[in-house]
Design a protein around this ligand. Structure first.
Ligand SMILES: Cc1cc2nc3c(=O)[nH]c(=O)nc-3n(C[C@H](O)[C@H](O)[C@H](O)COP(=O)(O)OP(=O)(O)OC[C@H]3O[C@@H](n4cnc5c(N)ncnc54)[C@H](O)[C@@H]3O)c2cc1C
Length: 325
């Protein structure tokens, strides 16, 4: 391999691509990242982002990846990084469920909410403590960490097919972390978008998060990040539209204000839209392409890309190392 060519090219600069890039660059591999959008324009930016599996296929490996990520997030908290904190919150449900929602199941300090604390229309609730990640800062930090480990500057380019990417990258191994982009790039019709819209408002003093679930993708949440709060949300299957819808934004603020009246009238600072890459199962495997290049696929993390990121990155890096050997 000539010295000026990297050994591995990662496609995608969202949380999955950057975390995989960090893992590989820190293991001594020379890494390039090619991506259609830079980190702060990806779906990953739109994440709330709380640790906890959600909208991710029933996969025996999900639990393991989530646990590995949780352990890394705890290390980052212990190291004092300001973009990840353990935050107390509540998960409400409009359904008369006896078990906590999927995303809360592995969280700490889990206890049932007394009935008098349930907002109107919600039948059950669970108090919990979970890591909350501030995505703009976190993505920037991942990017810097990758660069500090010797990673090349991100090349902004959208590839129509994997074969095009392979020709341009000219590396023996590629890692495909393109999220919903894999639908066209691979192509893989199994990965489809579940659109999510969020509104960022000035924080009127909220310190705890809440998530409210209902039937048919009914989702309302509020995640405090210092002087800002991320409010959501929507779950719109099959919708590729990345433009914020002002009517939905109003609805989101109204829904959140029912649970937390202090949010009514809070100044709107930003709108975010992301496409959750939902697939029956996360695709994490190495495949030999017809041109002889090994492609390690790492996509389809649904509503849990942050939650699974470190576990999946570690496994993807192992597959890359095996291919390089
Ligand atoms: C509103 C919302 C809230 C969420 N909340 C949470 C949460 O609280 N916790 C959690 O764990 N998860 C959450 N998620 C899910 C999480 O955001 C996703 O699972 C995660 O961002 C997926 O990351 P990714 O890196 O795979 O994809 P992306 O962030 O979409 O990045 C994909 C990258 O690939 C590039 N790319 C795509 N196609 C091509 C191509 N053809 N050529 C070159 N590059 C290409 C893109 O430009 C981009 O750089 C949420 C998602 C949304 C939308």
């Amino acid at each position: 391999m000539p010295r000026d060519l990297p050994e591995v090219t990662i496609l995608g600069a969202g949380v999955v691509g950057l975390t995989t890039a960090v893992r590989l660059a820190e293991s001594g591999v020379t890494v390039a990242v090619h991506a259609a959008e830079p980190p702060l324009q990806t779906t990953s930016l739109a994440a709330g982002a709380v640790w906890g599996p959600h909208l991710v296929g029933p996969h025996d490996r999900v639990e393991h990846w989530a646990a590995q990520t949780l352990s890394t997030l705890h290390e980052l908290i212990a190291a004092g990084h300001p973009f990840v904190r353990l935050v107390d919150g509540v998960a409400f449900s409009r359904l008369a469920e006896t078990a906590p929602p999927e995303f809360a199941a592995g969280a700490s300090n889990l206890s049932a909410c007394p009935a008098e604390e349930l907002p109107d229309g919600y039948l059950t609730g669970w108090r919990l403590t979970a890591p909350l990640v501030t995505m703009p800062q976190y993505l920037s930090w991942l990017h810097e960490r990758y660069r500090s480990a010797g990673g090349r500057a991100i090349r902004l380019i959208r590839y129509p097919t994997l074969a095009d990417a392979s020709r341009a990258a000219a590396t023996r191994v590629m890692v495909n972390c393109t999220g919903c982009g894999a639908n066209e790039l691979v192509p893989d019709p199994e990965v489809t978008p579940v659109r999510g819209q969020a509104v960022v408002v000035a924080n009127p003093g909220i310190t705890r998060f809440f998530v409210g679930f209902g039937p048919g993708g009914d989702l309302t949440y509020c995640f405090p990040h210092g002087d800002r709060v991320v409010l959501g949300g929507t779950e719109q299957p099959g919708d590729w539209n990345r433009e914020p819808d002002p009517r939905l934004a109003k609805q989101i603020i109204a829904n959140c204000s029912v649970i937390e009246p202090a949010l009514e009238g809070a100044a709107v600072l930003e709108h975010r839209v992301g496409l959750r890459p939902v697939r029956p199962q996360v695709r994490l495997e190495a495949v030999r392409a017809p041109d002889g290049v090994t492609v390690v696929h790492n996509y389809g993390h649904g509503g849990a890309g942050v939650t699974l990121s470190w576990g999946c990155a570690t496994e993807a890096a192992e597959l890359v190392q095996a291919a390089l050997r």
